[in-house]
Design a protein around this ligand. Sequence first.
Ligand SMILES: *Cc1c(COP(=O)(O)O)cnc(C)c1O
Length: 355
Amino acid sequence: MKEFNIKSLLRPHIATLKPYSSARDEYSGEAGVFLDANENPVGSVNGGDYNRYPDPLQKALKEKLAELKQVQAANIFFGNGSDEAIDLLFRAFARPGIDNVVILQPTYGMYEVSAGINDIEVRTANLSKTFQLNAEAILKVVDENTKMIFVCSPNNPTGNLMDSVLVEDILNEFTGLVVVDEAYIDFADSESFTKKLLQFPNLVVLQTLSKAWGLAALRCGIAFASVEIIAILNKIKPPYNIGRHTQQTALKALHKEDAKKAMVKEIVRQRGLLSDELSRLKTVKHIYPSDANFLLVKVDNAKAIYNFLLESKIVVRDRSRVVLCDECLRITVGTAEENRNLLESLKAYPNLANR
Ligand SMILES: *Cc1c(COP(=O)(O)O)cnc(C)c1O
């Protein structure tokens, strides 16, 4: 592996920044009279236990997740959605107007948006025809100011896992951060890159409670990385970025991993059934293999079918204007009933009979 130096990667003003020190940072003990944070001592107007500021470092939540994921709590960061972790990575490591990041198209749109907000140049390398990493294309666009490469695996919107050997090649060759976004990892039959944190100091793994755990409304994203990188994210995050209600609800969820696994199993089963049924429709030209909870489906006229489905109040995602995704719709796997509705509508699509 090439030399990786977190200090030279970090923006200089972040290295010297003196972070906000909250009341709960300075004293977090159990007992005592808390007259340090200007909270309301009486209670919350709507009842519930919300008058005190929450744990800024979400200790209980991290301990439980560390146990589930077999990592150390010090390797975990919680954000207000993965979006917050992505934004903080930009703010910590990429200098506006100078540095760049590399994204591998077609991929999740938020990396580019977050780069734009932070005035960071985005360089793109296309995935291969089979939507795999193309090391040559990536190396062509990387230069000395490239701070991060975003690898989404399983990838959105293509649905496939990236070849882990190729991901490791990038981790070995690239001296910046490799951000592996595993939002859909629970739906894949594959080991998480969290298992490789000790091996690669330049690895950041993103996961989320938004998909498999069924908690999109909660806004709880996770970054796993070295202790050094996590310390940097903690230094620049808003002090109380995860509310008490979110911490409590997320902790409750983490105690129900079996329920998550059962939901994932059912969604994966529905994915197979939906794929089989879709493949019988004449209008469907190709269904890409999926390791996620959605299918990328090539149809004969994506825009027309998208609009036709909307008339039946069924919303899918039209990805036909995205690189390498001509005439493709991205369809989330729904419940058995939702999938049946979708299939019935598609069968009624004008002039298109079953094979
Ligand atoms: C859905 C999704 C996320 C999750 O984002 P949150 O902000 O945690 O809800 C992250 N990455 C990808 C690629 C996704 O598709």
